[in-house]
Design a protein around this ligand. Structure first.
Ligand code: NCD
Ligand code: ZN
Ligand code: ZN
Length: 385
């Protein structure tokens, strides 16, 4: 059929390198089906499903299952991320080669769940990955510096009596893993960069010729720790919401290409896991259905990115980073495409009850956001409109 996209902005289908879909294990909060629906509504045609499921995605039986269920649902390509170690806090490397060779063709591995605290294990993982030609997503924070921490270690947390999570917890591990990647000749991808110092380290590592890429979440571009005044658990996330100057440095870095792409870190949680006292709330926020609008608000409206730039950070760069050859590029004539149409002038009020996600923990409830995905097409088939 003919689709009328008049007045809209036509973009390549978005690619999210960092989504938690909670299947297997916590299907009460999100399934591959509901996560796929949320992704399609958000304009995504490919998502990377994080490995911190239950059981952990540390073997090919699980990664192949996730891929197969995603294909059966058929709304978005669900690429499983493999765990670097066996189990979340594993002391042993997972069979990354078998996952890479399986039906899912795993391209991205993560120390999700903060499992590679051990620098020797991370060193071995990077050496192993360079032989396989796959990418490791650096996801750790220094465990001693983040023990018990719930909020950015700054004046706001101090005033509110919340245990502080310092910038150094992130930056020290980014530096460590950049250096380990250099020595191993490996590629490393920095998950959810959240500080001004991480931006400086990325610049420095690139100057040294280190093969490093990085992502930033929409919430770290829009929100900061001034949101914590209400003690609302919805604002608890790892890494924590930082300060204004971090936010502005992250926006500039994304505009300049020092940070390569946007990744949602979509992290669904049950209502009872988020409604409690701030320090007891589980960390994580929804992101798939609001990402494009937050990018319009923080990057397009202030003139930091044009629509060409939006295509770059939402689709082309993430596809290149993981080597997807069917996403984020111009179409051949007659080829069934992966496309997203955005209404650039739309304004909408985020209503949690209307989200396709099974969870409701969006930090943007009742906020008016600009720009809206009006159509998503996966290989020629409409997946959301
Ligand atoms: C993640 C989750 O919920 O799986 N939460 C988050 O705040 N990003 C796990 C984590 O990274 O802590
Ligand atoms: Zn994380
Ligand atoms: Zn995550």
């Amino acid at each position: 059929r003919t689709v009328d996209g008049r007045g809209g902005v036509l973009l390549p289908g978005f690619v999210d390198l960092h989504t938690h879909v909670r299947e297997p294990g916590r299907e009460d909060t999100e399934t591959i089906a509901t996560g796929s629906a949320a992704a399609a509504r958000g304009g995504y045609t490919a998502i990377f499903a994080m490995a911190n499921t239950s059981p952990v995605a540390d073997n090919a039986a699980i990664t192949d299952l996730v891929w197969r269920i995603g294909q059966e649902v058929g709304l978005v390509d669900v690429h499983p991320v493999g765990a670097v170690t066996v189990g979340l806090a594993g002391k042993q490397l997972a069979e990354m080669g078998m996952m890479a060779d399986g039906a899912a063709k795993v391209k991205l591995f993560s120390d999700d769940g903060k499992c590679v605290h051990d620098p020797v294990l991370m060193k071995r993982a990077l050496e192993y990955s360079s032989g396989l030609g796959v990418l490791i997503s650096q996801h750790s924070e220094d465990p001693r510096l983040t023990e018990g921490a719930v909020a950015h270690d700054g004046p706001t947390a101090a005033r509110l009596g919340l245990a502080g999570w310092p910038r150094a917890a992130e930056e020290s591990i980014v530096a460590r893993d950049a250096l380990l990647a250099r020595d191993a000749g490996a590629r490393v991808h920095v998950a959810h960069a959240s500080t001004e110092g991480t931006v400086s380290l990325l610049r420095w590592a690139r100057e040294q010729g280190i093969d490093i890429t990085a992502e930033v979440t929409p919430h770290h571009l829009l929100l900061d720790d001034s949101r914590l005044e209400t003690y609302d658990g919805v604002n608890r996330v790892n890494p924590p919401l930082r300060e204004d100057r971090d936010k502005l440095a992250l926006r500039r870095a994304l505009a300049e290409g020092v940070i390569d792409c946007v990744a949602t870190d979509h992290a669904p949680h049950a209502a009872q896991e988020k409604c409690c006292e701030f320090s007891q709330a589980k960390p994580g926020m929804l992101g798939l259905e609001t990402a494009l609008s937050v990018i319009v608000e923080t990057m397009v409206r202030p003139g930091l990115l044009d629509w060409r730039g939006v295509a770059r950070v939402m689709s082309e760069r993430p596809a290149q980073i993981v080597g997807l050859d069917d996403q984020g590029r111009p179409l051949e004539v007659g080829e069934p495409g992966n496309l997203t149409v955005v209404d650039p002038d739309a304004e909408w009020v985020v209503e949690p009850a209307e989200l396709a996600s099974k969870s409701r923990n969006t930090p943007y409830a009742a906020m008016t956001l600009p720009g809206r995905v009006t159509l998503t097409v996966l290989r020629g088939t409409v997946t959301a409109e």
